[in-house]
Design a binder for this molecule. Structure first.
Ligand code: PEP
Length: 255
């Protein structure tokens, strides 16, 4: 069991109109209110247009809200983009950065991700920084090298560890129903923790949560969350159903 407080984060991706977003957020809010205090932190990351709806629906519950991306610049001629300050202005405390779908669809390199992380931290957000290997890289035995190099390339030097969460998300496990073995997850998370100590210093790194993401479901969450170096989950598909997302959170080991 991890010594860090688990974080269960939902990445809603490009799903949810206002009414659906409100229903889902209210369903989570009422579950939190029903048990008073949770032994885990909950975070939801809806699409930009429904952020304020979700912020309103979870107000006062302690459920965090995050964006799914932000621009590296503070403002300017960047059509379609959103700045970190705009996320803060909407009531966000978090932002997901470097998700593999953005790395692939928008050609985001480690340098781009690093600049976005720096902007997020400067705006006072916690950055959930995603790393993970493709299936080809895994088959070539490159998982640890890829993850280590993405981590080093995506974190700005001098980053405040209190504003960092890392999500290990094997690309081939996202949305596929496939997951690595428990042993493989344990190995990669231990390697990430080692890298974080090297990059941030052992004491600072000890507080950084490292989430696992990729086809986390209620029926595999308990085994994953029980691992020492797994401090929660970044959940895609299953975060769109309140019952499933809640069941994943409730699978976290008791403190
Ligand atoms: C994700 O997109 O971050 C993710 C983990 O998706 P899924 O849970 O659907 O695999």
């Amino acid at each position: 069991m991890s010594i860090r407080r688990p974080l269960i984060a939902g990445n809603w991706k490009m799903n949810g109109l206002k009414a659906e977003a409100r229903i889902l957020a209210e369903a989570l809010a009422s579950r939190v209110n029903a048990i008073g205090s949770t032994p885990f932190d909950l975070l939801v990351c809806p699409p930009f247009p429904v952020l304020s709806t979700v912020v309103g629906a979870v107000a006062g519950t302690g459920i965090g809200v995050g964006g799914q991306d932000c621009h590296a610049k503070v403002s300017g001629a960047h059509t379609g983009d959103v700045s970190a300050a705009m996320l803060v202005d909407q009531g966000c405390q978090f932002v997901i950065l470097g998700h593999s779908e953005r790395r692939a669809d928008h050609h985001e390199s480690d340098d781009v991700v690093q600049a976005k992380v720096a902007a997020a931290l400067a705006a006072g957000l916690v950055a959930v920084v995603c790393v993970g290997e493709t299936e080809a890289q895994r088959d070539a035995g490159e998982t640890l090298a890829v993850v280590s190099s993405q981590l080093a390339g995506s974190l700005p030097s001098g980053a405040d560890p209190r504003q960092l969460v890392i999500a290990y998300e094997p690309v081939w496990a996202i949305g596929t129903g496939r997951t690595p073995t428990i042993e493989d997850v344990a190995q990669v998370h231990a390697a990430i923790r080692w890298d974080l100590s090297r990059l941030l210093g052992a004491e600072a790194a000890a507080g950084v949560r490292v989430l696992y993401g990729g086809s986390v479901k209620p029926d595999n969450a308990q085994a994953l969350m029980a691992l020492d170096d797994v401090d929660g989950a970044l959940v895609g598909g299953a975060s769109l159903k309140a019952d499933d997302f809640w069941a994943i959170a409730m699978a976290c080991p008791a403190p």
